[in-house]
Design a binder for this molecule. Structure first.
Ligand code: DX5
Ligand code: ZN
Length: 216
């Protein structure tokens, strides 16, 4: 079980402090949400954030969740910035282009993942499985932190798990102490949590509580 905090809702002017607090609590990977204001209706960070993150925290893994359909323009920038894993949306390009982008990431020495929006059929993953290091099942419509975990999510996680075998299934959106449990029971092993970790009580307490739930 791995918790990958999303810093989308962290305090932007105190990011290093907040990241360090989560690291102190045992976090080894961060989920960096890249939103382009077009593929999703919100703007967030660019490659510079990833580069600065790796510079300051070289021993932490940077997982980039790319919410843009400009794969040709953006993927090379995030590779150069030092991302360890890049996951992009299945909805971002024509189906016949997706395998090529996954190969591009692997050839660049970066792990590759595919993200599915809540309306995309799980079976589209099937031909891609040999090229996937991770599968991200969105449990909200992407764009904003602090949304509610969708009711349909557990059955989608389970369907993905049934297909994926050993490939880790990650969940993103509305993860808290209760929904993490549901997602885990359905087969998820990687848990993105944004507002649960960064906009409530102390960061270390939130991480510890989520860890405890996932280890039960
Ligand atoms: C949503 C982003 C998520 C988001 C999660 O579009 O992909 O990573 O920051 O935030 P919470 O955990 O608050 O739903
Ligand atoms: Zn995300």
């Amino acid at each position: 079980m791995l918790i990958a905090p999303s810093i989308l809702n962290a305090d932007n002017l105190n990011l290093a402090k907040e990241i360090a607090a989560a690291k102190e609590a045992g976090i080894t990977r961060f989920h960096l949400d890249i939103m382009d204001g077009h593929f999703v209706p919100n703007l967030s960070f660019g490659p510079q954030l990833v580069q600065d993150f790796k510079k300051q925290f070289p021993d932490l893994e940077a997982e980039v969740h790319l919410m843009s359909s400009n794969l040709r323009g953006m993927l090379p920038d995030f590779v150069k910035a030092g991302a360890d894993l890049i996951e992009f949306h299945y909805e971002a390009d024509y189906a016949n282009q997706i395998p090529g982008w996954l190969d591009y990431l692997h050839d660049s020495g970066v792990k590759a993942g595919i993200v599915l929006n809540p309306d995309t059929e799980i079976r589209v993953l099937k031909p891609l499985l040999p090229k996937l290091d991770q599968i991200l099942i969105m449990t909200v419509y992407p764009g904003f932190g602090g949304q509610k975990f969708m009711e349909v999510a557990p059955s989608r996680i389970k369907a993905a798990k049934d297909l994926a075998g050993e490939i880790p299934i990650e969940v993103d959106g509305g993860i808290n102490a209760e929904t993490a449990k549901l997602a885990k029971e359905a087969g998820a092993t990687v848990f993105v949590a944004g507002s649960y970790i960064f906009s409530q009580k102390a960061i270390d307490q939130q991480v510890a509580e989520l860890k405890r739930i996932l280890e039960e």
